[in-house]
Write a protein that binds this ligand. Structure first.
Ligand SMILES: [Zn+2]
Length: 105
């Protein structure tokens, strides 16, 4: 994902519309590109920060943005772990079936 694609994906990131590979690439780019990270901060401040300040609640932009990014990275990791666990179970199941077939037939 390049800077242009990342920039275009920022609103969709905050709307929770980025998924799977697109989300992974978005996060990877934002973590490594200071320009896009800054764009992300600006968008976050404009969309959420101002509303929060109007409510009168305190708002730590960097901390909140970091936790948003961490949350999404955790989601990707969990999904990946589940996939791996599922493939392992499938593998074990096939081995069990093959054993059963071997002894029965
Ligand atoms: Zn970039």
């Amino acid at each position: 994902m390049n800077c242009k694609d990342t920039d275009k994906s920022i609103p969709r990131f905050f709307d929770g519309e980025l998924e799977g590979r697109e989300l992974t690439e978005f996060l990877k780019h934002v973590r490594n590109c200071s320009d896009c990270k800054e764009e992300l901060s600006i968008y976050f401040l404009a969309s959420e920060g101002i509303a929060r300040l109007e409510e009168g609640s305190s708002f730590d932009l960097d901390k909140e943005l970091e936790s948003r990014l961490d949350e999404q990275e955790y989601k990707i990791k969990m999904r990946h772990s589940l996939k791996v666990a599922f493939y392992c179970m499938e593998f074990v199941l096939i081995i069990i079936i093959l054993f059963i077939l071997w002894y029965v037939l």
